[in-house]
Design a protein around this ligand. Structure first.
Ligand SMILES: [Zn+2]
Length: 188
């Protein structure tokens, strides 16, 4: 019984991991194709998410094994290591986003809004589905991920609103503003 519920929590986190990795790849390609810095900022963020979900998955599996001294030591090192990698990715990614988004505040570039709308609808569906799947979970890891995924859904709703606005009004500055906002919000 014990191991049964453990397996399902682990497999739900595993499913969320593969969903996130797949979606991150689509976002990077989509961000470049649509020329949208907001989508690229989201892609960087989701890369960080993929890393933390991946390490949560590994830690979730490991936490089920019997804790001995050697294991506890390895567990802590792994947590620290993944937090460090994640930090590097987020700092590097944010710098990359700001380098692209800041100049666009002065020389706005209109992104491909139709592509942005498609990605936003996709983002809302993927994150919404992942949040829904994890909402069945009772482990702390799952609860934290679930809240986080709901925040991501809100981010994609913002992308959707901006891309719809851009369809009607020529305010290309909204895209870098959103990218910069994302970069700061996701850091806090
Ligand atoms: Zn996220």
């Amino acid at each position: 019984m014990h191991s049964h519920s453990d397996d399902s929590s682990s497999s739900r986190i595993g499913a969320a991991f593969f969903l996130n990795v797949g979606f991150t790849i689509i976002e990077f390609i989509g961000g470049i194709l649509t020329n949208s810095t907001a989508i690229m900022a989201d892609a960087v963020h989701d890369l960080g998410d993929s890393l933390s979900i991946g390490s949560a998955w590994i830690l979730d599996k490991l936490s089920k094994k019997d804790a001995d001294d050697v294991f506890t030591y390895g567990y802590r090192r792994l947590s620290l290591f993944s937090a460090m990698i994640n930090g590097f990715v987020l700092v590097g990614g944010s710098i990359w986003i700001l380098i692209q988004a800041l100049p666009r505040l002065f020389n706005p570039v209109l992104p491909v809004t139709e592509g942005m709308i498609v990605l936003a609808v996709f983002g809302i569906s993927v994150n919404g589905y992942a949040a829904f799947k994890l909402s069945a979970g009772k482990s702390l890891n799952e609860k934290v991920l679930n809240w986080h995924l709901l925040e991501d859904v809100i981010g994609w709703v913002a992308v959707l609103i901006v891309s719809i606005l851009l369809q009607f009004f020529e305010w290309p500055i909204l895209d870098p503003i959103l990218a910069i906002l994302f970069t700061f919000i996701y850091f806090v």
